[in-house]
Design a protein around this ligand. Structure first.
Ligand code: HEM
Length: 128
């Protein structure tokens, strides 16, 4: 199911997860570093539900696009696509982390954030 939902992502992030440098950030080789940060799991759920706007830096490259929200996906579907991107293209969940669950998604959906607030949350992750 996650791979099917990823069809809605690949126009931007590409079938390989490599993104397009400077335009769409890579997910391949990058999701694990987000997951390794404290608060990273919650942040990834928030990006799905609320989208992301404002400048970010991924592997030294700046992005200032707009990622649309995918709030129309069910809690199960959001968990499935996050599990897909966390375990594809050589990505792995960090040691000790379990697969995303619908309950985790539900908890973030209750927060009702804006895409700008998601960018603020990203700053607190301390990503390089
Ligand atoms: C950012 C995943 C669909 C464009 C991100 C990030 C993730 C992600 C995890 C955050 C990366 C980070 O903070 O380092 C996904 C998934 C998608 C999806 C799983 C499908 C459900 C899309 C689509 C577009 C897009 C369809 C283009 C229309 C972007 C852009 C950013 C981004 C431009 C960076 C936003 C900024 O510069 O503030 N995506 N994405 N994404 N995504 Fe997506």
């Amino acid at each position: 199911q996650g791979a099917t939902i990823y069809q809605q992502c690949q126009g931007c992030h590409q079938p390989t997860g490599a993104g397009i440098p400077g335009v769409f950030p890579p997910l391949a080789g990058h999701i694990p570093e987000v997951l390794a940060a404290k608060g990273g799991r919650e942040y990834l759920v928030q990006v799905m539900l609320y989208g992301l706007t404002g400048e970010i830096t991924v592997k030294g490259q700046k992005y200032s696009g707009a990622m649309p929200a995918f709030a129309q996906l069910s809690d199960d579907q959001v968990a499935a696509v996050l599990n897909h991107v966390s375990t594809s293209w050589g990505n792995k969940l960090p040691q000790g982390q379990k697969a995303f669950t619908a309950a985790e998604v539900k908890a973030q959906r209750a927060k009702k954030l804006t895409s700008a607030q998601v960018n603020e949350a990203r700053k607190k992750l301390g990503l390089k």
